[in-house]
Design a protein around this ligand. Structure first.
Ligand SMILES: NC(=O)c1ccc[n+]([C@@H]2O[C@H](COP(=O)([O-])OP(=O)(O)OC[C@H]3O[C@@H](n4cnc5c(N)ncnc54)[C@H](OP(=O)(O)O)[C@@H]3O)[C@@H](O)[C@H]2O)c1
Length: 236
C-alpha cells in the first residue's frame, strides 16, 4: 500500500455525532477514558487531526506575529516540503490547509503527560495557500511541513508523502467531523475504532463523517465497557 494504514478512532454519541457539548458531560466521561486508553495502546506512528481539533486540543488559538519573519524562498518557484535531519518518533500531524495554527513548541506538550500525545513531533500538512512567512516561522520552530494541494489538501497525496518521505506505516485519524469526512470520501479509512457513549447529541452537532458517501465496513469487534459500546470495523 502506497499510503499509511488509517485507523479512524473516535468517541461518538448514540446518534453518531462526534462534536459538541455532549463530549464534556459526565455521561461521556468513561467513554473518553476508554478512548484515551485505546489511543495509548494502538501501535501507530502518530495521529492526524483537522485544524479545528488541533486548535481546540493543543494550540488554543495562539498565532505567531508573522511580521518578524521574511518570506521563505524556494529555488524552484513553488513551495517545498521541509524535514528535520532526525524525523524519527511519534507524530502529531495537523491538516492545516492555510497555515492557521500557532505552535509554541515543535512537540506536543500534554498537561497530563499522556503518552498517547505528550512529546509527539508536530508535522504540518499545508497547501500552496499557506503564507511564505508562516513557512519561515515553521522552519524557525523546527516544525516539519509537507505541501499537498493548491487550495485544498489532497488527502491521497498527503498520505503518499507521509508514507514515502516520513515512513508512516499506520496512523490514527482522530477527528473532527470535517477531516474524517475528507478521508472517508477519499476512501482511505481502513479501520474504524469507535467508543459509543450512552448519550444523544444536539441537532447542531456534527456526524462522524461530514459530507460522507456510501462505503462498507465489516464489524470485527463489539463489547460493552462501563456502559459504553466499544466497536471495531474493518473496510470491506
Ligand atoms: N468525538 C471525538 O472523538 C472527537 C475527536 C476529535 C475532535 N472532536 C471534536 O471535533 C471538533 C472539531 O471538528 P470539526 O469537524 O469542526 O473540524 P476538524 O475536522 O477538526 O477541522 C476541520 C478543518 O480542517 C482543515 N482541513 C484539513 N484538511 C481538510 C480537507 N481535506 N477538507 C476540509 N478541511 C480540511 C480545515 O481548516 P481551515 O478551516 O483552516 O481551512 C477545516 O476547517 C472539536 O471541537 C472536537 O470537540 C471530537
Amino acid at each position: 500500500m502506497n499510503r499509511p494504514y488509517i485507523i479512524c478512532h473516535m468517541v461518538t454519541s448514540i446518534d453518531g455525532k462526534v462534536t459538541g457539548d455532549f463530549l464534556s458531560k459526565p455521561e461521556c466521561k468513561s467513554a473518553c477514558e476508554i478512548y484515551y486508553d485505546i489511543n495509548r495502546n494502538v501501535k501507530s506512528n502518530g495521529f492526524i487531526c483537522g485544524r479545528v481539533t488541533m486548535e481546540g486540543s493543543f494550540t488554543g488559538g495562539y498565532y505567531p506575529d508573522l511580521s518578524k519573519y521574511e518570506p521563505a524562498e524556494f529555488p524552484l518557484g513553488h513551495k517545498m516540503d521541509f524535514m528535520l535531519d532526525d524525523m524519527s518518533g511519534f507524530y502529531a500531524i495537523a491538516f492545516d490547509p492555510k497555515g492557521k495554527l500557532g505552535w509554541k513548541s515543535n512537540k506536543i506538550i500534554d498537561p497530563d503527560g499522556d503518552p498517547g500525545y505528550d512529546g509527539a513531533q508536530i508535522i504540518e500538512v499545508l497547501t500552496e495557500q499557506a503564507d511564505d512567512r508562516y513557512l519561515s516561522y515553521l522552519m524557525d520552530m523546527e516544525i516539519p511541513f509537507i505541501i499537498a494541494g493548491e487550495t485544498e489538501i489532497d488527502v491521497d497525496f498527503a498520505l503518499f508523502k507521509l508514507k514515502n518521505i516520513i515512513g508512516c506505516e499506520t496512523l490514527l485519524l482522530e477527528g473532527g467531523s470535517i477531516i474524517n469526512g475528507a478521508f472517508q470520501r477519499a476512501d482511505v479509512i481502513d479501520e474504524l475504532s469507535l467508543v459509543v457513549a450512552p448519550i444523544v447529541a444536539d441537532k447542531n452537532d456534527k456526524p462522524l463523517f461530514m459530507d460522507s458517501t456510501v462505503s462498507n465496513f465489516e464489524l470485527t469487534k463489539s463489547e460493552t465497557k462501563n456502559g459504553n459500546l466499544v466497536l471495531n470495523y474493518k473496510r470491506k
